[in-house]
Write a protein that binds this ligand. Structure first.
Ligand SMILES: Nc1ncnc2c1ncn2[C@@H]1O[C@H](COP(=O)(O)OP(=O)(O)OP(=O)(O)O)[C@@H](O)[C@H]1O
Length: 991
């Protein structure tokens, strides 16, 4: 219903003060009126009958209301309207009406709304409450002041207004809720004072959807309805209405005060701010009665489920009425009418309350708007959150699917990874194998190159030697020629010199002859002078005579002449003497020259003679040397043959940098024979407590110190190697603990095996000039765990085959069945054999040495020679044996397979010792336990009888290996002291 309709009712109604207190409706009547209003809502209020809203309504609209609302008149306006003078008189000012409205709201709230949901109470919708209030309060007052027949219409205008409209204006709630609210609205109207029932009803409904204005309306309407009920009782109500009212009465709560008159309604409206507080926040249990402003209005506390009726104007109410606290079916509590002052007071109160309410409402509005904003904010947030949630859910799903995909991918990748890993492993393995193979190949290649290099060096050395010889020969020839040429030259020079000297002599002779001639001339001249002088003397004599005559006279003259003559004779004698001495010196010079030329030719002759003598001597010496070398060789072989036993040489390897402490070792005769060795043993404590160090002295055929090279070692044994070519069985062993240098001595690139084979080749080649031609066959086997393996077959073939040792007693030869024998046509074949054997050789790790040879390896070289010139043949064997490490089981720390290996090694080495010891006893026909081990069985013909045996005992200089070193050296000493027998050459002469 439009509010304007209400206003029109208000205008039309002639509300006036109730004529008397008896005119106030009884509670029963009020309930009936409520019911009536409910049932009469639309039926009795046709829209067409509604008058248009007054034009002045807009003037009084409250500005602070947010929603446009129908123009309504305030109570004051209404009072000012013509025909409502009485009401104007009776009703309080608009402000007072506000107060009533507030009270009404508070009352409703305190009756259950606010207590049901206190927080909700704060969100009361002010937009709806105001017009409803106007609707409800206005007619109420009109009703009370105007004629009764208008009350019905008023009731319609107030109570029959569907709450949905109010709600539609305020909250736009769904229609279903509107209907529900409509019901509640009506119920609220009919039971405005039944707090708990209202609570019950409203608690079941959605209070959040509800507008407080409905409650306000209902409360106020119910209060005013009571006025109408009372009026109806006075005869303004139809029968139907009455019936409905009866029904309402029946449904009304018995505890409702039978005095719920207008006064009661106003009391409810006047509930005060305290009640309003209840509305806005007090819980259900703290419901209190109204809090009137005046002492006369002091409320009685309302008990739960019970509202005590407190008449507002006790002066006007009989005391009996106060006693009636419960409304009964036929209760007629009556109604005490107000005086105009009361109404004014009350209206003032109501106005004040309305003001308060208004303020509270404004605050509420503010708060509400804040809340709305907050709600909007929250809604937006909720929407956002929902959207986010949806988004996150979809993302989550997506992520789940992605996760699944990734998981599948991961599984696939893992599988791939495994495949790749295994492939990689395979490849790594292949690579490792390839690397090892490559390393092996490289090593062998390196060794081969090294050997090539060695061969090349030797070849070059040989060529160099040859060249030097050639050069020497050529030089000798040249010297001879030169000497001859020089001699010739000298002779010619001598001849020339001779002729020159002869010429000189001739010249000298000529000169001398000339000098003689000159002397003769001088002499002749002197003679002539003497003659002339003699003539002069004669003349003078004559003259003397004459003079003698003149004798006296002449005598004087004669004496003077004589004297002059004597002087002159003396001078001539001097001149002759001088010339004679010159002649003598010239003669001496000629003689000297003649004697020098002879001395020279003599010295030449002497030199020549000496040269010839020197040549003769050199030839003699060479012949002597050759003779002596031959004798030496013969003697060596004779010694070898005579000795015939095992010869023992010891070799001490150098100490490595990281090997630890070095033992005290001395080589007393290092600069002499170099045969002795002294080792200072460990400290020993005697029973008396004195600590001593024992010196262990050893003596062997040769002692090689740490600085000895393999070349020097080989130089000592090369004659022995050559014996193999001469038809001997030669065996060279390397014995010693692991790491003592056996492999280094025997099989390294410059070890005994390559050197021996090279020497054999060289010697064989040299022997070809003397008519010898050799056929050589090589085989390489190892004895591992008392089994023979062919090192020249592939390891698989060798493991399958069983090799046996067979002996040819007649030929004194050993044959191993099923092994590969390689004809050795060149030095390269030896390289190949060594290479293959090296790769097949079993090497295992032990505690003693990282790369330890755990088997005995035997390189067998068979040499069959034939001399086509002499018809001789020879068959020799060279066995080069690298024995396995001799360390004791305890010190090796070997376990499992290694332990078995060590046991077998020790067994075979001890058998070797037994065989040597048995051979040493030298008893003819005595048993030699060759067969006790594969090694001794294999070397049967190389150990005794027709053999030349050399044992190298290898020793480590380290203090840590001292015990093993002493054990090895003691064993070697034992072998050295053993005389096995005489070696015999295996040569045959062709018939
Ligand atoms: N005279 C030496 N000069 C230099 N180094 C040597 C000498 N003797 C041995 N060595 C070194 O000592 C180490 C061990 O030598 P080698 O392998 O020959 O011992 P081994 O007795 O043969 O051991 P295994 O019984 O395990 O075969 C090697 O590194 C080797 O080069």
């Amino acid at each position: 219903m439009d509010i304007s309709e209400e206003n029109s009712f208000l205008r039309e109604s002639r509300i006036g003060r109730p004529p008397n207190p008896s005119c106030l409706p009884t509670p029963a009547k009020a309930l009936n009126e409520i019911s009536e209003s409910e049932s009469n809502t639309r039926a009795k209020m046709p829209v067409s009958r509604l008058p248009p809203p007054p034009s002045t309504a807009s003037k009084h609209r409250l500005n602070h209301y947010e929603q446009p609302e129908p123009k309504r008149k305030t109570l004051a306006e209404r009072a000012a309207e013509p025909g409502s003078a009485s009401l104007h008189k009776a009703l309080p000012a608009p402000s007072t009406i506000s107060g009533v409205r507030t009270t009404s709201l508070k009352s409703v709230a305190s009756s259950g709304y606010g207590s049901q949901n206190p927080s909700r109470g704060k969100s009361l919708n002010r937009k709806a409450s105001r017009p409803d209030f106007s609707k409800s309060v206005g007619p109420g007052h009109h009703r009370s002041a105007s004629a009764a027949p208008r009350a019905n219409v008023f009731s319609q205008s107030t109570t029959s207004r569907p709450p949905s409209q109010a709600l539609t204006r305020t909250r736009h709630a769904p229609s279903a809720n509107n209907q529900m609210e409509g019901d509640a609205y009506r119920k609220g109207t009919s039971a405005a004072f039944s707090n708990n029932e209202l609570q019950a009803q409203y608690s079941e409904s959605d209070w959040s959807q509800r507008s407080v204005s409905n409650a306000t309306d209902s409360s106020v309407s119910s209060a005013l309805a009571r006025l109408r009920i009372d009026s109806d009782d006075d005869g303004y109500r139809s029968d139907d209405d009455r019936a409905i009212r009866e029904t309402a009465r029946r449904t009304a709560r018995p505890s409702l005060s039978t005095r719920s008159s207008l006064s009661n309604g106003f009391q409810g409206l006047r509930g005060g701010s305290e009640t309003a507080l209840v509305l806005f926040g007090q819980p259900e249990d703290s419901l209190v009665a109204f809090n009137p402003k005046t002492p006369s209005q002091i409320p009685v506390p309302i008990k739960r489920r019970e509202i005590e009726y407190t008449p507002q104007t006790p002066s006007r109410v009989s005391k009996d009425r106060f006693k009636q606290t419960h409304m009964k079916r036929h209760s007629n509590i009556g109604f005490v009418a107000w005086g105009p002052e009361d109404i004014d007071n009350r209206m003032n109160d109501m106005d004040a309350m309305f003001k308060q309410m208004k303020e509270a409402k404004e605050a509420m509005s503010q708060e509400q708007s804040n809340h709305e904003r907050m709600v909007n904010g929250y809604s937006t947030q909720i929407l956002d959150l929902n959207m986010n949630n949806q988004k996150l859910t979809s993302e989550n799903k997506m992520l789940h699917s992605q996760n699944d995909l990734l998981h599948e991918k991961a599984v696939g990748l893992e599988r791939k990874l495994q495949t790749v890993t295994s492939e990689l492993d395979d490849k790594v393995r292949q690579n490792r194998n390839a690397e090892e193979e490559f390393e092996r190949t490289s090593r062998n290649e390196l060794e081969r190159l090294r050997r090539d290099h060695t061969d090349e060096s030797e070849r070059l050395a040989r060529i160099h030697r040859d060249e030097i010889k050639d050069i020497e020969r050529r030089a000798a020839l040249e010297l001879e020629d030169t000497t001859r040429a020089l001699e010739k030259k000298f002779e010619s020079t001598l001849e020339e010199e001779r002729s020159r000297q002869a010429q000189l002599v001739q010249e000298l002779e000529v000169k001398i002859a000339k000098g003689d001639e000159n002397s003769h001339v001088v002499l002749e001249n002197k003679d002539r002078e003497i003659q002339s002088l003699q003539n002069d003397l004669q003349a003078l004599r004559l003259d003397l005579d004459q003079e003698r005559h003149l004798k006296s006279e002449a005598q004087i003259n004669l004496t003077a002449a004589r004297e002059t003559m004597q002087k002159r004779a003396m001078e001539a004698a001097d001149t002759i003497h001088a010339q004679e001495s010159t002649l003598a010196s010239l003669r001496a010079r000629i003689l000297f020259l003649e004697s020098g030329s002879k001395a020279q030719s003599d010295s030449f002759a002497e030199m020549e003679e000496r040269l010839q003598q020197a040549n003769r001597k050199a030839e003699e010496c060479q012949a002597k040397l050759i003779k002596e070398e031959t004798i030496r060789r013969i003697l060596f072989n004779a010694v070898q043959e005579l000795k015939g036993n095992i010869r023992v040489m010891a070799r001490m390897r150098p100490a490595g940098n990281a090997d630890g402490e070095v033992a005290q070792i001395q080589f007393p005769d290092a600069d002499k024979e170099s045969k002795e060795l002294e080792i200072i043993g460990k400290e020993e404590k005697s029973s008396l407590g004195t600590i001593t160090k024992k010196t262990h002295s050893f003596s062997f055929d040769r002692m090689f110190g740490p600085s000895t090279t393999n070349e020097e070692v080989f130089a000592e044994i090369q004659q022995l190697v050559q014996s193999a070519l001469d038809g001997y069985n030669v065996s060279i062993f390397a014995y010693g603990q692991t790491g003592s240098g056996k492999t280094h001595t025997m099989s390294s690139a410059d070890g005994m095996i390559p050197r021996a084979t090279h020497q054999i080749y060289e010697t064989a080649r040299n022997l070809e000039e003397k008519g010898w031609k050799y056929a050589m066959e090589g085989s390489f086997i190892e004895v591992y765990n008392e089994e023979i393996h062919d090192l020249l077959s592939s390891s698989k073939d060798s493991e399958k085959k069983k090799h046996e040792i067979r002996h040819d007693d007649q030929k004194k030869q050993t044959i191993v069945t099923g092994i590969k024998t390689v004809p050795m046509t060149s030095v390269d074949t030896v390289e190949m054999i060594l290479k293959q054997a090296d790769s097949n050789r079993r090497v295992a790790a032990t505690k003693s040495n990282e790369r330890s040879s755990r088997s005995h390896s035997v390189f067998m070289l068979k040499l069959v020679g034939h001399n086509s010139t002499t018809g001789e043949t020879s068959e020799g064997t060279l066995n080069l044996v690298d024995l396995a490490g001799s360390e004791r089981l305890k010190s090796s720390g070997a376990e499992g397979d290694r332990k078995k290996e060590t046991q077998n090694i020790n067994k075979s080495l001890s058998c070797l010792g037994d065989v040597i010891a048995a051979l040493g006893q030298g008893k003819e026909g005595s048993h030699i336990p060759y067969r006790n081990s594969k090694l001794t069985h294999l070397l049967q013909y190389s150990l005794g009888g027709n053999s030349k045996t050399l044992m190298f005992v290898m020793a480590s200089p380290m203090q840590a290996h001292l015990t093993e070193t002493l054990t090895s050296l003691k064993f070697a000493t034992k072998v050295h002291n053993t005389h096995i027998g005489t070696a015999k050459k295996s040569t045959k002469v062709k018939n």
